[in-house]
Design a protein around this ligand. Structure first.
Ligand code: S3P
Length: 174
């Protein structure tokens, strides 16, 4: 029974999919961003404002390293956690890495009214999203499986992940 790690750009549905997947597997759902917020005692916007992206990435790696040895978890990571080599190593050690993919247009639609994504708060344009996705593509590609989420509901995505998990022997019959 392997842990499941969800990676993917902001707005690809990691949290909704992660929660439902955890329910189906009877695993614990962990949201890395939520752990950072609890530990820091301030919001992600505030961490970025006070400590910059470097400070946030430092916290992200620190919190991630505390999860070593966890079992029975579905972990949803922040969209940029995979840009740090050490983080990707930790994620692969921790479990089966599933990368959720969505087109930039859909991500923009989903995040249009959100203001809790510091990397997009100043410039929430299609170009900005496309550029950021492109710069991260090699890191998102470093996954055990990639799932295109466009046009699929949460249940369909979860079912696809369950099929993959069975296929690679990460879980038994569910
Ligand atoms: C970030 C994604 C966010 C959060 C932070 C930075 C990124 O998480 O970790 O704002 O660098 O892509 P979500 O992907 O859950 O929105």
């Amino acid at each position: 029974m392997k842990n499941v790690i969800l990676t993917g750009f902001m707005g690809t549905g990691k949290s909704s999919v992660g929660k439902e997947l955890a329910l189906q597997l009877n695993y614990r759902y962990i949201d890395l961003d939520a752990l950072i917020v609890t530990d820091a005692g301030i919001s992600i916007n505030e961490v970025f404002a006070i400590e910059g992206e470097a400070g946030f990435r430092f916290r992200e790696s620190e919190i991630l390293s505390t999860l070593t040895g966890e079992t029975g978890i579905v972990l949803s990571t922040g969209g940029g956690a995979i840009i740090v080599d050490k983080n990707r190593e930790m994620l692969h050690e921790l479990g089966f890495v599933v990368n959720l993919v969505a087109p930039a247009e859909e991500i923009l639609r989903r995040l249009k009214h959100e203001n809790d994504r510091p990397l997009l708060n100043d410039n929430k344009s299609l170009e900005r999203i496309k550029t950021l996705i492109a710069s991260r593509e090699p890191f998102y590609a470093d996954a055990d499986v990639r799932i295109e989420t466009s046009g699929k509901c949460v249940t369909e995505i979860v079912d696809l992940i369950l099929i993959w998990l069975k296929k690679v022997g990460a879980i038994g019959q569910v």
